[in-house]
Design a protein around this ligand. Sequence first.
Ligand code: GRF
Length: 190
Amino acid sequence: MKKLVVFASGSGSNFQAIIDSVNRGDIQAQIAGLITTKPHAGAVQRANHHQIPVAVIPETPEGLYTKTIHKQLSAWQPDLIILAGFLKKIPDSVVRLYPDSIINIHPSLLPKFGGKGFFGLRVHQAVLQASEKETGCTVHYVNERYDDGTIIAQKKVPVLPGDTPETLAGRVLAQEHKLLPSVIANLINP
Ligand code: GRF
């Protein structure tokens, strides 16, 4: 059985979508564990609810952060690493050790509205300020730069009159929950 490791420090709704897909058998893999920097994140509660092991790795000091990630990944031996709402940068040494095996979900149509500082509602605020007619979400491989790796798949979402960052975020998130599990299934299923 192939193994997934998810990095998430937010509410974990994308993590939940992965859990549900695994439980339905749509993704043929097991979730070896969750790595988080935030012990009280919603993602941790979801892991606990589904008896998924959790590693809480503090963001600092940097050296220890990097070393602990390496140690945890070498214990869990993932075939695929998924960043689903993980804001802290993945150390370059980890990216190099798992080539083409780390993916991220981002709530915009990259390369638009990506890079350092584009996270959460800021992304959707920027989309509205730029008067975009459409936005969406992107799953891409992770390299040493924020939101910069090869794009695997995107899903477009319309921007509607009267949208606020919150309504737009909700519309995009609903598509993220479909896109991310389908990409994982494509990459991992035999
Ligand atoms: C999502 O919008 C994702 O695209 C971004 O962080 C957010 C995580 O949301 N990388 P959730 O914790 O999965 O609900």
